[in-house]
Ligand binder design. Structure first.
Ligand code: NDP
Length: 331
């Protein structure tokens, strides 16, 4: 099995020197185990946090050990009756081409004819569910709400904008980091208006498109984007704090929003969340997203990088905005 390990803890932006590739001989299967040929690996922004040696909601990667992360693959060998050879499984033993371990670590999913299994890592998996949970259970989206999504052209963001519209939002606004992405937001993902945060300060640009203001903010970015959203939130507005990618590679202390007083004066609610605590909403989510996808009411994109040897580069590209929709490594 070819596997990727973290060998040094990055300060600021990670480099290729922080990782190494190793080839590991896998032992014979013990009872109730499975071996999986991975088809797709997920690279995700939260993995940057796991490269730091800090206590968090998910343990840090250990130096010199193979990293973990979302993956989907097919069982090629099994000693577990519930995990037959040929079954497709979603699991957390990513960053390697072949995964092996106790069968309980592998969740069998029903393949969808004609659809690549990568969807189970994206629109029908972790990132799609994150968008749904953030809107419904954290921001308590109601029909008629005006919604702003930052990081709108990414995996979570593209899902969030479309779910908001389908759940009755009156207007959906988005921000992303290039003219092409902004065009996709309005032309393909159904956003009513979108801005490129690299063209001018997001605060100015959001104020220009926000009209009477927003009721719900889905925050993937933090920093200046959160300040911009606070500026335009209407009384009683709610923000789901999902991510703060603007600060993940920063070595500076991130300053707090300079307009926090709006939280008081407008009675705003800001709530953070990590999906692990809300995974029980998956059946409800899948019951909606499956038909939305099948009918074309929801569209999705994936940016696919080929080869385990390019997995680290795929992660770097994700952090730099090189993806539209879900960033994946195809094995
Ligand atoms: P994305 O597909 O959105 O990829 C990351 C994107 O972030 C890039 O494409 C880039 O797009 C954008 N970005 C990078 N740097 C900056 C910056 N300085 N300012 C603004 N945008 C930036 O990743 P995901 O959809 O997987 O994740 C989106 C967010 O959701 C992340 O913050 C992640 O940590 C969070 N998350 C949280 C979860 C939870 O349980 N709370 C679960 C899953 C994700 P651009 O070109 O637009 O800059």
């Amino acid at each position: 099995s070819t596997q990727i390990q973290l060998i040094a803890r990055p300060t600021g932006w990670p480099t290729h020197d922080d990782f190494r590739t190793v080839v590991v001989d896998l032992p014979d299967l013990a009872p109730n185990q499975a071996r999986v040929a991975n088809e797709f690996l997920s690279v995700d922004p939260y993995m940057r946090g796991r490269m730091n040696d800090v206590k968090s909601y998910i343990p840090a990667f250990q130096l010199g050990e193979t990293m973990t992360g979302g993956a989907v693959g097919r069982i090629v060998e099994s000693t577990s009756p519930a995990h037959p050879v040929g079954a497709v499984v979603v699991h957390d033993l990513g960053w390697r081409d072949v995964a092996q371990g106790d069968a309980g670590a592998f969740r069998v999913v029903d393949e969808i004819p004609g659809v690549p299994n990568s969807v189970f890592l994206g629109i029908l998996g972790m990132t799609g569910l994150t968008a749904y949970v953030g809107l419904k259970y954290i921001a308590h989206l109601k029909p008629g709400d005006a919604v702003f999504v930052s990081g709108a052209a990414g995996a979570v963001g593209t899902a969030a904008g479309q779910i908001a519209r389908l759940e009755g939002a009156s207007r959906v606004l988005g921000s992303a980091g290039s003219p092409d992405k902004v065009a996709l937001l309005t032309d393909r993902y159904g956003y009513d208006a979108a801005v490129d945060y690299k063209q001018a300060p997001i605060r100015e640009q959001l104020t220009n498109i926000a009209g009477d203001g927003i009721d719900v903010y889905f925050d993937n970015v933090g920093g200046d984007h959160l300040e911009a959203a606070l500026d335009v939130m209407r009384p009683g507005g709610r923000a789901a704090l999902c991510g703060a990618i603007a600060g993940y590679n920063s070595t500076d202390v991130t300053p707090g929003p300079d307009n926090m007083v709006t939280i008081i004066s407008r009675g705003l609610t800001l709530q953070g969340f990590t999906l692990g605590n809300y995974a029980h909403h998956f059946p409800e989510f899948a019951a909606k997203m499956g038909p939305w996808l099948a009918s074309g009411e929801v569209v999705h994109d994936e940016t696919v990088v080929d080869g385990i040897d390019n997995a680290v580069e795929a992660f770097f590209q994700l952090m730099r905005g090189g993806n539209v929709g879900k960033m994946l490594v195809r094995i």
